[in-house]
Design a binder for this molecule. Structure first.
Ligand code: COS
Length: 384
């Protein structure tokens, strides 16, 4: 399954690489400290078209294939992971439900706005009693005339503060629940009864914000069911398909971060050697470095292979979970080993190792914990 990269794509990839080196990385620690991505940076990301990476060209996006998108994310995550989160949540889990299942009218109304970065989107699934167990969501929607009335709470919603559109997954039939009783809605910011809570204080990805959403007799037009009224009850499947892709993206973020941490480690070992530490004294560091490179090599191969399978039209539910669990656990191991090699220096903010260590831990939770991925993998194997 070889893939040929077009000249346009290669140009885009080097522009992203330059942006990371010249603009994003130099202010990475500032973003970390202030928990804020400056608007001029968001403009640069818009300018490159990154808000529309997977959105079809017909709707103003770049129409990238999965493997192309993965390669861009590997570049973009070689610095503070918050930049990727701002873009990737919007063009990924926030809007893929519309790309997959939206009506023609929904696609032409919303996707161009998201692709251009004029609008940001978010994905609202998680609730206080339904994190891993997504089928246990409690937020409901009841049809009253021309509107659905939503009641409930969503938590940990990335991009909530910047989003104009929320792909929101709620129960429309209590009896059927995730077997035909869950529906995906487009909720626009500003509709009556919808509000956003305070910013969560997190351990990592500090420039990317998560919030609670509150729906209190929130009125959403009837037409805002993703895919139209025929799709009422089909929202759980929409959400799961969106997450299948999101989990591959998480794998790419983990590989990008692990690669950068390994490069920081190589620089560190060179500095130690240059300042007179003997190779013998650095043997443990060298062995850990070899393990880092080996894990990253394996992680990247499975990531790229699965992305190509997806592009060929294969169902990759099980493989996406394998990629997510292996790549994100690899990134955590690599960052932890780097800490061992950097010793006390690793704890210093300026080396960025501690930032990566905190950020990549979140990748093992976002879009389904490692335990959930293992459940999906084993269930699939046992169902055959
Ligand atoms: N693609 C399409 N449909 C899917 C699917 C997928 N990947 N996974 C499940 N479905 C369908 C099933 O086929 C089933 O449909 P039928 O009733 O027609 O058979 C329906 O959805 C229910 O599936 P299932 O019984 O497997 O649901 P469970 O409640 O057991 O939940 C898991 C399954 C664990 C996979 C789900 O709860 C999950 O992904 N949890 C993690 C959620 C998460 O990642 N949260 C992170 C925050 S959101 S960023």
């Amino acid at each position: 399954m070889e893939v040929t990269l077009t000249d346009d794509f290669k140009k885009l990839r080097s522009s992203v690489r330059e942006l990371v080196i010249n603009t994003l990385d130099p202010i990475s620690l500032e973003v970390e400290k202030s928990s804020l991505i400056p608007e001029y940076v968001v403009d640069e990301l818009r300018h490159l078209g990154l808000f529309g990476m997977p959105i079809p060209k017909t709707y103003g996006g770049l129409g990238l294939t999965t493997i192309e998108e993965i390669l861009i994310y590997e570049e973009l995550t070689r610095t503070n992971g918050s930049y990727r989160s701002r873009i990737g949540t919007s063009n990924g889990i926030g809007s893929m439900g519309i790309v997959y299942d939206g009506t023609a009218a929904q696609k032409s109304h919303y996707l161009p706005r998201i692709a251009s970065g004029e609008w940001t989107s978010a994905f609202a699934l998680t609730e206080p009693d339904a994190g891993s167990d997504a089928g246990n969501i409690r937020t409901t929607a009841v049809l009253e005339g021309d509107h659905w009335v939503l009641n409930g709470n969503k938590i940990f919603i990335t991009n909530a503060d910047t989003a104009q559109l929320f792909t929101t997954i709620v129960v429309t039939d209590e009896e059927k629940r995730n077997r035909g009783g869950v529906t995906a809605f487009i909720v626009e910011k500003g509709v009556p009864g919808f509000s956003i809570g305070a910013t969560d204080i997190k351990m990592g990805l500090k420039g990317s914000h998560t919030h609670e959403l509150v729906f209190k007799d929130c009125r959403v037009p009837k037409d805002n069911v993703i895919g139209g009224m025929d799709m009422v009850g089909q929202g759980f499947k929409t959400a799961m398909r969106v997450l299948d892709k999101g989990r591959l993206t998480m794998g790419a973020c983990a590989v990008g971060a692990a690669q950068r941490v390994m490069e920081l480690t190589i620089e560190h070992i060179h500095r130690k050697l240059a300042s007179g530490t003997s190779k013998g004294d650095l043997q443990t560091a060298q062995f850990l470095l070899a393990d880092m490179a080996t894990r990253i090599y394996a992680a990247r191969q499975m990531l790229h292979h699965t992305a190509r399978m997806k592009d060929s039209g294969d169902n990759v539910t099980r493989q996406s979970s394998m990629v997510k669990v292996f790549c994100t656990e690899t990134a955590s191991l690599v960052a932890d080993w780097a800490m061992d090699i950097f010793e006390e220096d690793g704890c210093l903010t300026g080396n960025q190792v501690e930032m990566f260590l905190r950020d990549v831990r979140l990748y093992r939770i976002y879009e389904g914990t490692s335990e959930i991925q293992r459940l999906i993998i084993s269930r699939d194997l046992l169902s055959q």
